[in-house]
Design a protein around this ligand. Structure first.
Ligand code: ZN
Ligand code: ZN
Length: 220
């Protein structure tokens, strides 16, 4: 499926982009960030800026102490530099899964081993380091995921279809960053199954008895 970049409305935060650039995120989050960047020109451009700042700071360390104005000087240096050559990813790839996810799955959607987790929802947990977890979720059209809060951060990248929750609507290419304060109930829109890539760095906190059972089944 082709994702129209101009349709992406929900992007990565600067904190996530910086963490990715600095290599401080858990592997599961790296995968979601890399996947969004592979689809989104805007975030890819900002990522290159963070990479450039990080590289310039590293070069200055050791010989020159970072004095007042060093950051401004670094930014001026970067801004006066040549336009960076950023090859765009192929836009007509027929796949649903972005390349970083295909690398984990070993192919596109037909290579995914789905496991049913109740309510018609299926998931495929991808192997990563245990400080966070990441899974593909398939939510049938019109179906709701139990409403839940988060003890940590949850990143959800839509790969196909769309979902809506209390905060907004998220379509292919969009990323939702949910945090501690947020309780939400995502509902897949009618007409097309919703496929998402979702990473969490702490167990979700489901509300009510049946969702708690679902939590055990979900193993999250
Ligand atoms: Zn973006
Ligand atoms: Zn959530």
């Amino acid at each position: 499926m082709k994702i129209d970049m101009t349709q992406i409305n929900h992007h990565l935060t600067d904190g996530l982009l910086m963490g990715y650039s600095a290599g401080t995120l858990p592997e599961a989050f790296n995968l979601v960030v890399a996947s969004h960047i592979s689809l989104c020109d805007e975030c890819r451009a900002r990522m290159h800026e963070f990479d450039a700042v990080g590289g310039a700071v590293m070069e200055q360390q050791g010989d020159v102490p970072m004095g007042e104005g060093a950051f401004a000087a670094t930014m001026a240096m970067i801004n006066s530099g040549p336009e960076m050559d950023m090859p765009a990813p192929p836009r007509n790839a027929p796949s649903v899964l972005p390349q970083p996810v295909r690398d984990y799955v070993g192919g596109d959607l037909d290579s995914v081993t789905w496991r049913k987790i109740g309510g018609g929802v299926s998931q495929a947990v991808l192997p990563t380091t245990r400080d966070a977890s990441v899974r593909l979720l398939k939510i049938p059209a019109g179906v709701a995921v139990p409403d839940h809060g988060h003890r940590g951060t949850e990143l959800t990248l839509v790969l196909q279809g769309a979902f809506e929750d209390e905060s907004d609507r998220f379509a292919a290419g969009d990323i939702e960053v949910a945090n501690e304060e947020m309780v939400h109930q995502p509902v897949a829109k009618q007409g097309e199954d919703c496929i998402c890539l979702a990473a969490t760095d702490a167990p979700l906190r489901f509300m009510g008895l049946i969702p708690r059972i679902a939590q055990r089944v979900l193993r999250i």
